[in-house]
Design a protein around this ligand. Structure first.
Ligand code: AMP
Length: 286
């Protein structure tokens, strides 16, 4: 595995491989790797000749009161995991390498951001599309892999690629979970023992709601939202930040539950904010 810290070296290494006609799979991450990230790598390895992973905790996508400084980091561990997973090039730039100057241009996402995580995390997706655009220019991947745990991010990035005509395909990858259903996340290590016990309630609530919707026991967003809030708030430790229902990937409000929908939640614990979602189709005559 080739570990590269500068854009110049990265471009050089990728150019050599592309000249051989190889396809490039790209897995952007913020590190503190877990099986969710590894699933993106295994999809990329199956489908592409060369796999490039980036590890970069992007300051631009963190708000002033968010956890940029305390975001978990462990490069030695990540390096070993990436090597084991068969990553070919590990790009590990400094903040200075990615943002050497004050910006002369800023990006603002117009759609799909006033809901879910975008509502509370002002500017978050602007930071995401900025870094992803830069990384796409540096790596020039054939296909980029993103996890559906961050389904809003997948929708926003698909919008970025469509709007700005990036010559890259976005491949969404299903959420990887712990045995008890909790979505794997770098932030799970920050849960207390008690919180960790209760955190699977997020997924369990989503799953229960999905089953009710599928069985047509609930048919409107309003009823679903109300029931989910009641269900979740039964003696749980975390604070529910949102639990919302939209069409997917448009992320528009819907009255009647039909078509492709996302049911998503964010929960705040003492030292971690966790998100999860389920995306599924509600057939009209199911
Ligand atoms: P992060 O390091 O949290 O920015 O995540 C990097 C990539 O891994 C993103 O595309 C995430 O959606 C994806 N990812 C994170 N957790 C999971 C998971 N549990 N299952 C699948 N993908 C994930």
């Amino acid at each position: 595995m080739n570990i590269i810290t500068t854009i110049k070296e990265l471009r050089k290494a990728i150019k050599v491989e592309k000249e051989k006609g190889l396809t490039v799979g790209f897995v952007p991450t913020m590190g503190f790797l877990h099986e969710g990230h590894m699933s993106l790598v295994s999809h990329a390895k199956r489908e592409q000749d060369l796999v490039v992973m980036s590890i970069f905790v992007n300051p631009l996508q963190f708000g002033p009161n968010e956890d940029f400084d305390s975001y978990p980091r462990d490069f030695d561990r990540d390096e070993a995991l990436a090597r084991e997973a068969g990553v070919d090039i590990l790009f590990y730039p400094s903040v200075q390498e990615i943002y050497p100057n004050e910006p002369t241009i800023t990006m603002t996402v117009q759609k799909r951001v006033n809901v879910l995580c975008g509502k509370k995390r002002e500017g978050h997706f602007d930071g995401v599309v900025t870094v992803v655009s830069k990384l796409f220019h540096m790596v020039e991947p054939t296909v980029a892999y993103f996890g559906l745990k961050d389904a809003q991010q997948v929708a926003v990035i698909q919008g970025l690629v469509d709007d700005l005509s990036f010559p890259v395909e976005i491949r969404p990858v299903p959420t990887v979970r712990e045995d008890d259903g909790l979505a794997k996340s770098s932030r799970n290590v920050r849960l207390t023992v008690e919180e960790r016990k209760e955190a699977p309630a997020i997924y369990q609530t989503l799953l229960k709601m999905k089953n009710k919707v599928k069985k047509k026991q609930i048919t409107t967003s309003e009823d679903l939202a109300q029931l989910m809030i009641e269900e979740f708030n039964q003696g749980k430790r975390g604070t529910l930040e949102y639990i919302e229902i939209y069409s997917y990937p448009q992320l528009e409000s819907i009255e009647e539950l039909k078509g492709e929908i996302i049911v998503a939640a964010a929960v705040r614990y003492e030292h971690a904010r966790l998100i999860d979602n389920l995306i599924f189709t509600v057939e009209e005559n199911e």
